[in-house]
Design a protein around this ligand. Structure first.
Ligand code: C5P
Length: 234
């Protein structure tokens, strides 16, 4: 793989105050945080500046999906915001993807775009219901290829899809994976999981971890443990 794998902490909480309280003690020990739609719609785009000011790189998980002009305009509205990763849906199609790439190059040139292929909430029955007869894996490959060919930098994928996507797309694309758990974890909604070390060895560029850090007795120690396991720090 080109670079060591890196850890992104998913700040899946209701308010900025809660997110800041969780992230502040980790500053210096953690580089990347993920801010999602919930915090973005509650507090607005300036939330990106606030986390950047604390020293974090920001992954803005907005999963944009609309007509090409609207997606490009939304990206242009992020002009000057210090976000380093931004998500959009690959199923928006080639025109939407390439217009997004163009808009990002112009307005947020230091930000890499990541495409979501098939949401893990979509199983075969859900796909069939929206008229897609391919298997989820086939659909991930079709949309993954399309996104990369359209100039998108990388993909968000399940850890179990990493070997298939590396084989299909090579070492260049950024592959970001949630669904990270230790074998002893129990009682939440992640089913198809890998440990941090397994995901790194399978080709992840970044792993996104939320609850295993947020609910740990010592989130700082857990952060460092994971970063060591994936080779981000010694
Ligand atoms: O708490 P946990 O480690 O499961 O958090 C994983 C993060 O990755 C959450 O922000 C979740 O929304 C996100 N995610 C996911 N599965 C996907 C896509 C995103 O768990 N397929």
């Amino acid at each position: 793989m080109p670079d060591a794998c890196r850890l992104i902490l998913a700040l899946d909480v209701e308010t900025k105050e809660e997110a800041l309280a969780l992230a502040r003690p980790l500053a210096g020990n953690l580089v990347w945080v993920k801010l999602g739609l919930q915090l973005f719609t509650r507090h607005g785009p300036s939330i990106v500046d606030e986390f950047h000011a604390l020293g974090f790189k920001v992954f803005l998980d907005l999963k944009l999906h609309d007509i090409p002009n609207t997606v490009a305009s939304a990206i242009k509205s992020l002009k000057g915001r210090p976000c380093s990763l931004l998500t959009l849906h690959a199923c928006g199609g080639p025109e939407m993807l390439s217009r997004a790439v163009e808009a990002a190059r112009e307005s947020i040139p230091d930000c890499q775009l990541l495409a979501v292929t098939v949401l893990t909430s979509m199983d075969q029955a859900q796909l069939t219901a929206v008229g897609i007869t391919r298997t989820p894996e086939e659909q991930v490959c079709v949309l993954g290829r399309l996104a990369i060919q359209s100039g998108v930098h990388g993909l968000v994928c399940s850890p179990l899809e990493l070997p298939m996507l590396r084989k299909e797309l090579g070492t260049q694309p950024v592959l970001v994976t949630p669904g990270i758990r230790y074998p002893d974890a129990k009682g939440d909604d992640q089913n198809r999981v890998m440990t941090p070390a397994q995901a790194a060895a399978s080709g992840a560029s970044f792993i996104v971890v939320g609850r295993p850090i947020l609910k740990a007795t010592d989130p700082s120690a857990q952060t460092l443990k994971i970063r060591r396991e994936i080779g981000e720090v010694k």
